[in-house]
Design a protein around this ligand. Structure first.
Ligand SMILES: [Zn+2]
Length: 257
């Protein structure tokens, strides 16, 4: 009967949640940041979800020349204060805290709540899209985890890895040995998302399963691949739903955990 095909709102919501949890971090980020309209006080993004400081500020930034690592304490741990905006629901907050705490089990990184007197901290807020600055910036630095599409375990880990100093896998200096970029398929004026940079590879191999690797059709203007693996173009990549072992190894080496 007619009544049988009607789903209540909660059931529809549950189905949507299930479908999203199977999506890769790359897909989730692209979906959340598609058609993003930033507020006037928000940064522009590069690479899909990396926040950029205004150029004047970038040039004066000592972090660029010194590296943007967070400081290690005498006990060998790296304590990083965070503040979570109060506009999140209890359930959303739990997803964020679970992401923050996932680093404790596998590294010397310890995210801890902001305390009076902290000079540098992550301000986790639901702004327009999912994004983070790369590395420690000084003062409060925004990590945006929008309530519309960013609250997944792997997405939280991805943005925190940016804040810890990591870039995208496809921009690695040795990228061309592992990924062929199809420049003709990239959305016009988005080619810069694929420019190689001096990444912190820490002696770890290129990792198709890194949570920092975007997928085959990222920033495609014509539904054709923007990236293909070399030499076997059928190998799957960019499908990670959480940090890989290489992501963890790299993190531990960077901070000498
Ligand atoms: Zn990213």
């Amino acid at each position: 009967s007619f009544a049988n095909v009607l789903l209540c709102k909660e059931e529809v919501a549950a189905i949507e949640v299930d479908a999203s949890q199977e999506l890769s971090v790359s897909k989730l980020l692209e979906r959340a940041n598609r058609d993003r309209t930033p507020d006037v006080d928000e940064p522009s993004l590069i690479g899909g979800d990396i926040a950029l400081k205004p150029e004047a500020e970038r040039n004066a930034d000592p972090c660029t020349s010194r590296g943007c690592l967070w400081l290690k304490y005498t006990d060998g741990k790296v304590y990083i204060p965070y503040y979570i905006a109060n506009h999140y629901s209890y359930r959303e907050r739990e997803i964020i805290v679970r992401g923050l705490e996932s680093f404790s089990a596998v590294s010397c990184i310890r995210f801890r709540p902001y305390q009076n007197g902290d000079h540098e901290w992550l301000s986790i807020e639901s702004r327009n899209g999912c994004y983070s600055y790369v590395g420690r910036q000084g003062g409060a630095q925004t990590v945006s985890l929008s309530r519309q599409g960013c609250l997944y375990h792997g997405t939280v880990q991805h943005e925190l890895l940016h804040a810890l100093g990591f870039n995208h896998e496809q921009t690695r200096s040795d990228r061309d040995n592992h990924i062929r970029v199809h420049w003709d398929n990239i959305i016009d004026d988005m080619e810069y998302n694929f420019y190689k940079i001096d990444t912190l590879n820490q002696g770890t191999p290129y990792d198709y399963n890194s949570v920092m690797q975007y997928e085959r059709y990222a920033f495609s203007k014509n539904n054709l691949p923007t990236m293909e693996p070399i030499p076997n173009s059928n190998v799957s990549f960019g499908q990670a739903t959480q940090m890989s072992q290489n992501d963890i190894t790299r993190l531990n080496r960077l901070y000498q955990c």
